[in-house]
Structures are given as structure tokens and as C-alpha cells.
Write a protein that binds this ligand. Structure first.
Ligand SMILES: CC(=O)N[C@H]1[C@@H](OP(=O)(O)OP(=O)(O)OC[C@H]2O[C@@H](n3ccc(=O)[nH]c3=O)[C@H](O)[C@@H]2O)O[C@H](CO)[C@@H](O)[C@@H]1O
Length: 376
């Protein structure tokens, strides 16, 4: 029987929240194609472009993050939060969802709080190995909490937790591109070892600095590099390359849209320890050197990284030590086939498959039950 469900998906801010949100929405549409899905994001943030590009409608709330350094600025943040809650209530009244999903990021706070207060069943997807403040608050009213790491009962009610893993974009796993073809698509040489450098969806200053200070090493290494700088750092990086002169072994870009090709090209990856990226490395079995960002809430990237490092499934370099060690370690590692094999084997064991579909089923179960109780 076709069920016409209405579901709200809320959150965003960075790729790490938006990609799982879109993957869950796609999986819901596969299960129940007639479902109407409405996204709620934060005005001016990345989701306001990315979600419509993925074919979904989104409404932006005027919500912003708390400024932990300048407390006075938070008066306007509180006003925005209050306005966002009123708006969320109005959207929920008009759209009449049967369930709401929160993936983290500014907008999921007011949206899920209001949905919970209005009796709509809610589900949280926590990507990281350490729960943020907002999700801990929202968890009290949530019916289900989908997590990607073991041991999350230290933050959430164990009866609500389901270990689902993080949803990875559908296209990333289904696309088959050979290493050779992939390397050529970046204008590089398939005969050479290739290192992929990614700083999460926004880019990473420390990693970029290591690259810019390491041009001599890069030139002599005999290795080639695909270097994603992030949008805000691209001009600086391009100017540095230009000033240095010829570096044909370096492919520089602000953002990689074809990550399937980038992963296929890479013998080793250097990366921040964002939860979505880590799930991709696990599913694709990539040897990776993690440099967790020290600038995220509760230092959660270090905790994400250590969950792998403790199982010998990734190498780890502290942000503060990256300048001295990162490039040398990466260039050495790419020439150690036994180490690469061990890393590949160990990280593959941590992969959780079909995450988006498992989560979508849970969401639909909640929505169907709500619909049954309220509309029949
Ligand atoms: C600075 C910050 O707040 N980072 C958080 C953010 O990370 P961030 O937004 O960096 O997200 P993740 O590392 O989780 O995921 C990045 C995603 O972007 C994709 N990608 C990346 C680069 C690129 O050029 N092209 C591209 O498509 C990756 O394939 C991946 O799917 O959300 C994560 C999930 O909650 C958190 O763990 C991170 O701590």
C-alpha cells in the first residue's frame, strides 16, 4: 500500500550534516516514493544551496550559533533563537509532519524542540563519537537516536540508541571508476603514488599551511597530490603555488565534487577527522592519516580519530605537530605496502553499511505509527 507521509529533516551548517540529511531523505523516498520531505536549515548556511540542488525544498530559520568568546553578542543570538522557534512552530503547523529528523547543526535545535513539544515523533542522528550539547538536550524528547560509534550510552538513554553508522552519499559507493581513470581525471600520472588531502567540507588551515610550507619536499618526493583547500583558502593556495613556480605533481582545488574519483585515485589520504569523512574511509577501505581539528565543539574530532587509532585503523597526527611531521609521514607511508595493507584491513572492519536505509526505516516506522494514531 502506498503511504503518503510528510517528514521534516532539519540541520546543516557543513557538509558533515547536509550529506547525511540528503542521504536519509533519498532513502526515505526509495522506501515510500510519495513521501513529502521538507528541509529546515539555517539562513545563509551551505544547506540553503546544497539541499535544493539535491532536489528538495528547504526553509531557512534566522538561527545562529552561540559566541563562546563574546558573551554580549549572544543577546542577539537568543533573540534569533526565539524567532526561529516561533517560525519552526508555524512551519510544523502548516506542513503537519508525521515525524521529524535532526542531523545536527544550528537549525535542528529549534525545529526538533518544537516538534517534540507539539507531539511529533523525533529522531536524532548523531554523527560523532562525542555528543554535542544540542543533541543531548533534544535526546530527552527523541524517540530514537541513531549513532555511528559504540559507547554512546554515556550520553543517551540506551533503550533509544540504534547503532546505524553515518549515511554516506549514495553516489559515492555505487560509482565504479578505476584508479587510472580517476588519476587522469585530475590531470595527474597513473604511474605515480598519489596522496589525497582533504580538510573536511570547509578546508583546514593547518593542513593547507603544511602544504604551502612543504613545496620543496613535495617537488622532490616523486609523489603526486590532489589538494582540496576549502573555499576560503583557495586564493592564498593558488598564489603560493604560482609564486613557487612549476608544481605539475600538485592538483589544487577549493572543493572536490567527484569524491568517488578522488578516493579511487588516492593511495593514502590526509584528512581532518569529521565523522562523515571517517565513515567514507571505512566503507571504501582507505589508508588515512587523521589530523583532527582542535576548533570543534568538545574536541569531538580527536575522539572520532582515536576510535580508529585505538584499533590500528588509522594514523594520527596532532594539529600542533602537523607542520613538523605531516608531509614526511605521508610520503613515507605511501611507500610502505605492508602498513597500507594493515590500515586498509583494519579500517574496513569498522564500516557499517546501508546506514541511510536503516535510519530511513526507523523514521518511516515512527511516521506510520503517528499517522495511524492521528489520522485513522
Ligand atoms: C569544522 C566542523 O565543524 N566540522 C564538523 C563537520 O565536518 P565536515 O563538514 O567537514 O564533515 P565531514 O568530515 O563529516 O564530511 C565531509 C563531507 O564532505 C565531502 N567533501 C569534502 C571535501 C570536498 O572537497 N568534497 C566533498 O564532497 C566528504 O566526502 C564528506 O562527505 O561535521 C562533522 C559531522 O558532524 C563533524 O564530525 C566535524 O567535526
Amino acid at each position: 500500500m502506498e503511504e503518503k507521509l510528510r517528514i521534516i529533516v532539519s540541520g546543516g551548517g557543513t557538509g558533515g550534516h547536509i550529506f547525511p540529511a540528503v542521504s536519509i531523505a533519498n532513502a526515505i523516498k526509495e522506501l515510500y516514493p510519495d513521501t513529502e520531505i521538507l528541509f529546515i536549515g539555517a539562513e545563509g548556511r551551505m544547506e540553503m544551496q546544497r539541499v535544493p540542488a539535491a532536489g528538495y525544498k528547504i526553509i531557512g530559520l534566522p538561527v545562529a550559533g552561540f559566541d563562546r568568546k563574546h558573551l554580549l553578542k549572544n543577546i542577539s543570538v537568543l533573540i534569533k533563537l526565539f524567532r526561529s522557534q516561533l517560525m519552526a512552530r508555524k512551519i510544523i503547523k502548516d506542513f503537519k509532519p508525521h515525524a521529524a529528523v535532526g542531523v545536527g547543526g544550528y537549525a535542528s535545535g529549534p525545529t526538533l524542540k518544537m516538534a517534540g513539544m507539539m507531539g511529533i515523533p523525533t529522531l536524532i542522528q548523531e554523527q560523532n563519537s562525542y555528543a554535542g550539547v544540542t543533541n543531548k538536550l533534544l535526546a530527552q524528547k527523541a524517540e530514537k537516536i541513531c549513532v555511528a560509534y559504540e559507547g554512546m550510552e554515556r550520553f543517551f538513554d540506551k533503550d533509544k540508541i540504534i547503532l546505524t553508522g553515518n549515511p554516506v552519499r549514495q553516489g559515492l559507493l555505487s560509482k565504479n571508476i578505476s584508479r587510472e581513470e580517476a588519476i587522469r581525471s585530475f590531470g595527474l600520472d597513473p604511474k605515480k603514488k598519489t596522496i589525497l588531502i582533504v580538510g573536511g567540507s570547509l578546508g583546514a588551515r593547518t593542513i593547507n599551511n603544511c602544504m604551502m610550507q612543504g613545496f620543496d619536499k613535495i617537488k622532490e618526493s616523486g609523489v603526486q597530490f590532489i589538494w582540496q583547500t576549502g573555499k576560503i583558502y583557495i586564493n592564498e593556495a593558488q598564489q603560493a603555488v604560482k609564486a613557487y613556480g612549476e608544481l605539475p605533481m600538485l592538483h589544487v582545488t577549493d572543493f572536490i565534487s567527484d569524491m568517488a574519483a578522488a578516493y579511487s585515485a588516492a593511495d593514502v589520504v590526509i584528512s581532518r577527522a569529521g565523522a562523515g569523512s571517517i565513515s567514507e574511509f571505512c566503507l571504501l577501505g582507505k589508508p588515512v592519516i587523521l589530523v583532527p581539528s582542535p576548533n570543534v565543539a568538545e574536541d569531538h574530532q580527536t575522539k572520532n580519530a582515536l576510535a580508529l587509532v585505538n584499533k590500528n585503523a588509522a594514523l594520527y597526527i596532532k594539529d600542533s605537530e602537523a607542520t613538523q611531521k605531516l608531509l614526511d609521514t605521508a610520503i613515507e607511508t605511501v611507500h610502505k605496502p605492508d602498513l597500507l595493507k594493515e590500515l586498509r584491513n583494519n579500517i574496513t572492519k569498522l564500516a557499517i553499511k546501508d546506514s541511510a536505509t536503516i535510519i530511513a526505516k526507523e523514521v518511516c516506522k515512527l511516521a506510520l505509527k503517528y499517522k495511524e494514531n492521528h489520522e485513522h
